[in-house]
Design a protein around this ligand. Structure first.
Ligand SMILES: [Zn+2]
Length: 300
């Protein structure tokens, strides 16, 4: 069964005119239910992440600041959100969702989160709409519990997974692969184990070819026994922050290629949604919904 982490807290109210498309977090599950891709049974509500688990990945100083709402104004501005206790609660729910997903993926082959992929969060700071790094938290959880020995992070969000790369820099059991826009945020990029930078305007053909040239080879070389897939849909040409030129079908083919490789190689995969900032909310919802539709088609 396709297990999907979701909680109403994912849709957090933001000030009017805020550029983050928060509504997608309630519209995507609604759409999946409406069209029959999922039933209520597919969804589960994650608990809150424990402090002990948070401190495995993040520094005490940073966590205390988040917990007590005492980031400096500059630190808060970098996150892109007006920080509130509820927003922090949202983040730790999402992160526990990704840990739960890791567990479910081991049982069912795949599991998904209606949020997450918070790959810009560092051990000691947040930025770019990311406070805590769910992929790193869940990777540490898997490794510490001897549930995985070699993890591959496939980060296809249009922005580099800078926080993930930095946190896992000296952790050899987590191979970080990020394919992203060369000219895009973050301006200062970290070194992933493999970075592929794509020129502005990259379209479906070149994008998919590049992915096909690299992912199967990486799976052979890294021999992962677990994969995290960050499936950001800000690769679309319609994206306000994206700079690449994929159309809806190209984005879907990308997800299909990744999920099929995971399935064929029998490697459990946890999928995190990542970013998506198309002008039309319906494009964002449709592109993300495709990832869930494909999961159902390919796995169940
Ligand atoms: Zn992004």
């Amino acid at each position: 069964m396709l297990k999907i982490a979701y909680s109403p807290i994912y849709h957090h109210p933001l000030p009017p005119g805020h550029r983050f498309p928060m509504a997608k977090y309630s519209l995507i599950p609604e759409q999946l239910l409406y069209e029959g891709t999922c039933t209520e049974d597919n969804f589960f509500e994650p608990a809150k992440l424990s402090e002990k688990q948070i401190l495995r990945t993040h520094t005490q100083e940073y966590w205390t600041k988040l917990k007590t709402n005492s980031l400096t104004r500059q630190e808060e501005r970098k996150t892109g959100f007006p920080l509130t206790p509820k927003l922090v609660e949202r983040e730790i729910t999402i992160c526990q969702g990704t840990i739960d997903n890791a567990k479910h993926a081991l049982e069912y082959g795949i599991s998904m989160n209606i949020a997450g992929g918070t790959h810009h969060a560092y051990a000691n700071s947040g930025e770019g709409f990311c406070l805590l790094n769910d992929i790193c938290l869940a990777s540490h959880w898997l490794l510490d519990n001897n549930l995985a020995n070699q993890i591959l992070v496939v980060d296809l969000d249009v922005h580099q997974g800078n926080g993930t790369a930095k946190i896992m820099q000296s952790e050899k059991r987590v191979f970080t692969f990020s394919m992203h826009g060369e000219k895009n945020y973050p301006m200062h990029k970290e070194s992933s184990d493999l970075d592929i930078e794509l020129p502005d305007g990259t379209e479906d053909g070149l994008y998919l070819q590049t992915l096909e040239n690299n992912l199967p080879r990486l799976i052979d070389e890294v021999q992962p026994d677990f994969i995290f897939f960050q499936s950001g849909v800000d690769v679309l040409a319609t994206d306000k922050l994206g700079r690449l030129g994929l159309n809806m079908e190209g984005c879907k083919q990308r997800d299909k290629f990744v999920l099929e490789r995971c399935k064929q190689n029998n490697i459990p995969v946890a999928v995190n949604m990542g970013g998506g900032y198309s002008h039309k909310l319906s494009d964002i919802v449709d592109a993300h919904a495709n990832t869930f539709r494909l999961a159902q088609e390919i796995y169940f």
